[in-house]
Design a protein around this ligand. Structure first.
Ligand code: UD1
Length: 422
């Protein structure tokens, strides 16, 4: 297993290109299952999660070609040869559940493994299932699998009121509804930019959708969808992560392709901490104003609130802030596994349930640490960039799920970081 070695090396200066969004791409890829015509995704990120989704779609009979070094994905689902998403793939990546809605909508049946537990909390899929049931699907849970059947004549439009905001359940229901008979209204739908991106792509394929980006999405079912070419939206989590690099180390970095509207609530917190963010012709420029970062309180919420996927990285910043910050995690229980690792680097963090209290220290110290999940792993790299001495982050396969060429992107700005093959 590879590790990453980071040495604190002062200020960072330069440019970092931001890739297409992993989470958007993982929802766009299964949209191929809705049509027998080709779907081409451009600006795709090159990540192991994308390769896992590729394998899953191929196991169902879809063709997926990775072109231009992986930045273009050419997908085609002329006829599906299998309708079963196996446990071996689903357990690697929860987003696999997103093949359920499209398969059911197109062919009237699907068998998908239940994703099972996950390091950042229980993460059930009940909301996905309730939405599909409201559209008439019959579901049977046995042997660890969801066996789903559409009624004769296919899924029916329905009013679905989500009791809590779920990105994945909104995506599954949205895709299923494009081919259902009649009108579907999704209420308390997720408003994330990845949902907006999916709706735009589906519309390019011929779907009739209104209201994406608001909490009510209306879908008028159509008989069939066609092909399309669609660019994947910029990754707001990768963007926010690299915005934190000059914030934590000092210096000034331009994030190419970055846009404020993707990271509004996050920018407000950066501003309060003393970090300046300005728009440029090509993206966003981030710089630390004079002196130490100030403590700020953060609460994670569904979009447009502060994203849970930036909580670990923000904690790394606040570990060196002046004063005490309170971070409240409201989306996932048990998402503070980075806290004990940051503590090994000299951070002062107390966790009680979903709340972490961080008292800033002047300097973190390098240490051997372990990545426990995707966002936790990059928070340890950020902390290592600001620490005195060497930090070795082990188990970086988590990192490779969501960040492409992290060493290259950071070293181009002057960071001392390299991979140690293991
Ligand atoms: C997506 C993102 C993930 C991000 C999360 C929240 C992808 C591939 N992943 O995950 O990076 O952290 O949104 O922004 O896009 N819930 C239920 N029942 C369900 C579904 C969800 O109770 O059926 C709960 C979850 O346990 C969690 C909350 O709802 O507490 C939000 O989860 P959800 O928005 O569904 O997250 P994902 O779509 O899995």
């Amino acid at each position: 297993m590879d590790s990453i070695l980071v040495k604190g090396n002062g200020e960072l200066r330069g440019q970092i290109p931001i890739a297409g969004a992993k989470n958007a791409c993982l929802a766009l890829m299964p949209a191929t299952l809705l049509s027998d015509e080709p779907l081409t995704l451009t600006n795709a990120p090159r990540l192991s999660d994308i390769r896992t989704m590729t394998q899953l779609l191929q196991s169902l009979g879809a063709e997926v070609a990775s072109l231009q070094g992986g930045q273009v994905l050419a997908l085609s689902s002329h006829a599906l040869t299998d309708h079963r998403a196996d446990y071996d793939i689903v357990r690697k990546m929860r987003a696999s559940i997103l093949v359920l809605g499209p398969m059911l909508a197109r062919d009237g049946h699907a068998v998908v493994s239940l994703p099972g537990g996950c390091a950042i909390g229980a993460r059930p899929v009940d909301l996905h299932l309730k939405a599909l049931e409201a559209m008439g699907a019959e579901l049977d849970l046995r042997d660890g699998y969801i066996h789903a059947k559409a009624p004769a004549g296919g899924l029916k439009g329905a009013r679905v009121v989500f009791p809590l905001v779920s990105v994945g359940a909104t995506e599954n229901a949205l895709m299923a509804a494009t081919l259902a008979k009649g009108t579907t209204v999704l209420e308390n739908a997720a408003r994330e930019p990845e949902i907006v991106d999916l709706a735009r792509c589906l519309r390019r394929m011929g779907a009739r959708i209104e209201g994406e980006g608001s909490s009510t999405i209306t879908i008028e079912g159509v008989d069939r969808l066609g092909g399309a070419t669609h660019p994947v939206v910029t990754d707001r989590i990768e963007l926010g992560t690299y915005m934190l690099a000059p914030a934590i180390c000092g210096g000034e970095v331009e994030l190419l392709g970055g846009r404020i509207e993707l990271v509004g609530a996050f920018c407000e917190k950066l501003d309060a901490a003393g970090i300046s963010v300005e728009e440029t012709e090509r993206g966003l420029r981030v710089a630390r104003r004079n002196g130490r970062v100030k403590a700020v309180d953060v609460m994670t919420e569904p979009f447009p609130g502060f994203p849970t996927d930036l909580q670990a990285q923000m904690m790394a910043l606040l570990c060196t802030a002046e004063g005490t910050s309170v971070l409240e995690e409201r989306i996932f229980e048990n998402r503070f596994m980075h806290a004990p690792e940051l503590t090994r680097m000299g951070a002062r963090i107390e966790v009680h349930g979903g709340t972490a209290t961080v008292t800033g220290v002047e300097k973190l110290r390098g240490a051997p640490v372990m990545a426990t999940d995707l966002r936790a792993s990059v928070s340890l790299i950020l902390a290592g960039l600001a620490a005195e001495g060497e930090t070795i982050v082990s188990r970086v396969y988590h990192l490779d799920r969501g960040y492409e060429r992290v060493e290259e992107k950071l070293s181009a700005c002057g960071a001392q970081i390299r991979r140690i093959p293991g």
